[in-house]
Write a protein that binds this ligand. Structure first.
Ligand code: NOJ
Length: 558
């Protein structure tokens, strides 16, 4: 299969700068499609659904970690950076994905996890066989503890997943020594020592290993975390409210200046390739200015916009985050990115759903808002990230039984925090099949809610009112409309709680995206042709006036 002219994105998308306005679809492989019937999604499953992704018109896929791993943090605990977990496939399967995606005009990004390895990694196993102070231990962050015999942790750093950020190095008999290793995440994820030149060289080699196979780039996990402040001083936790997100003021282990040197080295490697390879950073930093520092021309290409993802259903805050993101990214010549869901947060259908006094979520309204928010996002200048299943309108699953949960956050808080399994439930493909067609044997590593029957991809395909159809149409319009993707924008005057953004080109092409975040219908004087609406039956036009009900978005030819 190959892409002919009619199927290739317009001019900007043919350029080597494809990543400046791509639609990138995040695949969480264990939950995407299972081909061998063990109830765990795999790479052959992904291969079998490339046609689906092509018909959705995505420009790229980002595959979350599929390396060998004990799976104590969903694969973000990597045991071997140059291989594939046998439960998911092998190197030949990932090569086939890269080749067959490329034939369809789809780029492929993988996930690189440089802040920490798994405790099953050969380096950590080798370190355990030596005494601290050895070259093997120097690849990790090991320190002698406080107290008379090192019985207290070296400092007060906490794990993002709750509890202490340090674990004892144990002797051969399993008794604690006075030494501790740092793990900013789970104890199975020891932090690597990025002051050690061997660690730096290893990751340069890993980049080349994958780029040589034709991989188009990497999403970089915890991109703001690799360098720790000299002396590892205690952290001031007094103002911390979102520890999981790393949103900690003046942190000695987040967003340290030295991290930028690493990206300058990596960028040189990426630039050696033709076409250049691309980096998307997962940097949870505190301000758009701080984020833009990662996007200077010799560092990362793009970075996730978590401030946008964290913005609630509130027009003033939405407009502000759009303005500040564009302003700071444009100052360094970077493209802005937009994202509403991923494998770490509650799905946006549930996030945007109003909650009544009994704690019940109105998911009908949640879906209306989510569709409107997604359609609006897809009209913004820059790159959009989609998370698998959002095109089906999947909500978060809050009521998974405890015994199927796998998130380390659940275990480290003794069940107090449910964690992230609820956004990782396997996709429903077929309404009438066992496990909704996720697996040929009807197995599923997390149970799917029965009422997902109406959300299955085959139930939505071809239905002009479905969420899937809205995404297919939006991505198709975005691919061909000259005013979408990167380019100028301007806010238009709009009624209260309504945002209207005009996208245009210098030669007169233009599209207005309007979202009504208020409670009542509004009438708009813009243009007379609706290109797309998040609720096509509810949006009406009379004499050039568009009636836009609450919680809807419309793209207007204007
Ligand atoms: C961020 C990833 O998105 C998350 O899933 C993971 O648990 C942490 N980094 C640790 O690698």
């Amino acid at each position: 299969m190959s892409t002919d002219d009619s199927d290739v994105r317009s001019t900007a998308h043919r350029s080597p700068d494809w990543w400046r306005d791509a639609v990138v679809y995040q695949v969480y492989p264990r939950s995407f499609m299972d081909s061998d019937g063990d109830g765990i999604g795999d790479l052959n499953g992904l291969l079998s659904r490339l046609d689906y992704l092509q018909s959705l018109s995505v420009d790229a896929i980002w595959i979350t970690p599929c390396y060998p791993s004990p799976l104590l943090d969903g694969g973000y605990d990597v045991a071997d950076y140059r291989n594939i977990d046998p439960r998911l496939g092998d190197l030949a399967t990932i090569d086939a994905i890269i080749a067959q995606a490329h034939e369809r005009g789809i780029k492929v990004l993988m996930d690189l996890v440089p802040n920490h390895s798994s405790w099953d990694h050969a380096w950590f196993k080798a370190a355990l066989k030596t005494a601290p102070g050895s070259p093997e231990w120097d690849r990790y962050m090991v320190r002698y503890g406080k107290g008379d015999n090192g019985e207290l942790p070296p400092n007060n750093w906490r794990s993002v997943f709750h509890g202490c950020g340090w674990s004892h190095v144990k002797d051969d008999e399993g008794n604690p020594t006075g030494y501790w290793y740092l793990h900013i995440f789970d104890s199975s994820q020891p932090d690597l020592n990025w002051q050690n030149p061997e660690v730096r060289q290893e990751f340069l080699d890993i980049l080349r290993f994958w780029f040589d196979r034709g991989l188009d780039g990497f999403r970089i996990d915890v991109a703001h975390g690799m360098i720790k402040q000299d002396g590892l001083p205690d952290m001031d936790y007094s103002n911390v409210d979102t520890e999981l997100l790393g949103d900690i003021p003046e942190s000695p282990h987040w967003d340290q200046p030295g991290v930028h040197e690493i990206y300058r080295e990596w960028r040189k490697v990426a630039n050696e390739y033709e076409p250049v390879r691309v980096f998307a950073g997962e940097a949870w930093v505190r301000t758009p200015e701080a984020l833009a520092r990662y996007l200077r021309p010799d560092e990362l290409h793009t970075s996730f916009n978590f401030e946008y993802l964290s913005t609630p259903w509130d027009p003033a805050r939405l407009r502000k985050v759009i303005d500040t993101s564009l302003k700071y990214d444009r100052e360094v010549g970077a493209a802005t990115t937009w994202v509403l869901s991923n494998h770490d947060v509650h799905r946006h259908v549930s996030r945007f759903a109003p909650v009544d006094t009994n704690g019940n979520r109105d998911l009908v309204e949640g879906l209306s808002r989510a569709k409107a928010a997604s359609l609006f996002m897809l009209a913004l200048p820059g790159t959009a990230y989609l998370y698998q299943g959002e095109e089906l309108g999947l909500p978060e699953v809050f009521d998974l039984p405890d015994d199927v949960r796998q998130d380390p956050v659940f275990f480290r808080t003794s069940g107090e925090v449910l964690g992230r399994d609820g956004c990782r439930v396997p996709l429903p493909w077929e309404a009438d099949a066992a496990a909704f067609g996720f697996s040929p044997t009807g197995e599923s590593w997390l149970p799917q809610p029965l009422n997902w029957v109406n959300l299955a991809a085959d139930a939505q395909e071809g239905d002009p009112l479905s969420t899937l159809t809205m995404y297919q149409q939006a991505l198709d319009v975005r691919r061909h409309h000259p005013a979408l993707g990167e380019g100028p924008d301007e806010w238009l005057d709009a009624p209260d709680k309504v945002l209207a953004l005009r996208r245009f080109t210098e030669d007169g092409s233009s599209l207005v995206a309007v979202i009504n975040m208020g409670d009542s219908v509004v009438t708009l004087p813009y243009g007379d042709q609706v290109i797309l609406a998040s609720d096509p039956l509810a949006v009406t036009i009379l004499d050039g006036q568009v009636n836009l009900p609450a919680s809807t978005c419309v793209w207007i030819d204007a």
